[in-house]
Design a protein around this ligand. Structure first.
Ligand code: SAH
Length: 260
């Protein structure tokens, strides 16, 4: 089949990588797994072998008859629920009621939207195991010790872990970038402990608004400087610190104090 670049179609062509993804996701028989973009079903096939129940959502109508035929038995047994839809337009509540895990070699053009949609949802997955661009996985895991809007937006909901690099030669056709398996575990809204998501993200964005500026001047665009200085003291923060140097725990503490 002619692959579509516009749909981010890079099919996995590496049994080892497929195995690593499923192992990283700790997929077991009792699990319900949501797969975004099954493509020609190579990951779906390995997922099905675990005995778990799989829900696969594919946007490309050309792939649907192929997948229906390939997985005829599993669909009939109801181990696989193949849905022809755009993941960004589907109502999550309609397809998952109860616990589930997300496992996918996702289309990279919507990585950010996929992460936000699942992590901010009222029905969050237990974990997400994704192939993403290596550079994105590096930033999310803050490998260089610097946090970012992206890494903190993930860490507020779960614990991301860089599992392993997957070279571009593991795909067909080969993309222009290397990839990595990223695992996000312990997903919940508990870390916010009462702080509203809206307030947290507003303050976070404000803190990162001018990258060259220190955190305090960034926040004083909206908040009183005296209140900020006191809040910094309570969090044991240097008044000259930058947004990228603060851990998620301290960010939440700081936002909670400022929002009062
Ligand atoms: N999992 C397969 C295919 C990965 S390529 C493999 O590893 O080989 C990404 C897949 O996501 C493609 O099949 C593409 O058609 C599908 N896709 C792209 N945009 C999508 C969207 N918005 N919703 C659901 N699927 C999408």
């Amino acid at each position: 089949m002619q692959t579509k670049k516009s749909l981010g179609q890079h099919f996995l062509n590496s049994p080892q990588t497929l195995q690593s993804i499923v192992v990283s996701g700790k997929i077991q028989k009792e699990n319900v797994v949501l797969e975004i973009g099954p493509g020609e079903g190579v990951l779906t096939e390995v997922l099905l072998k675990t005995g778990a129940r799989i829900i696969s959502i594919e946007k490309d109508d050309r792939l649907i008859p192929y997948l229906q035929k390939k997985f005829e038995k599993e669909i009939e047994k109801k181990q696989l629920n193949l849905i022809h839809a755009d993941i960004l337009k589907i109502g999550l509540a309609d397809i998952t009621n109860g616990k589930y895990k997300v496992v996918a070699n996702i289309p990279y053009y919507i990585t950010g939207q996929i992460l936000r949609m699942f992590l901010e949802s009222d029905n969050q997955p237990e974990s997400m195991t994704l192939l993403v661009q290596k550079e994105v996985a590096d930033r999310i895991a803050a490998k260089d010790g610097k946090e970012s809007l992206l890494s903190l937006s993930i860490k507020v909901f779960g614990n991301p872990k860089y599992i392993k690099t997957v070279g571009r030669n593991a795909f067909k056709p080969q993309p222009n970038v290397d990839s990595a398996i990223l695992n996000i575990e312990n997903i919940s809204k508990k870390k916010l402990s009462g702080l509203s998501e809206k307030t947290f993200f507003e303050i976070l964005h404000l803190g990162f608004a001018h990258k060259r500026k220190q955190l305090l001047p960034n926040l004083s665009a909206k908040y009183d400087k005296i209140i900020l200085i006191k809040a910094f003291e309570k969090c044991h923060l240097n008044p000259k610190c930058r947004a990228e140097d603060i851990s998620i725990e301290t960010w939440i503490k700081l936002c909670t104090i400022i929002a009062k």
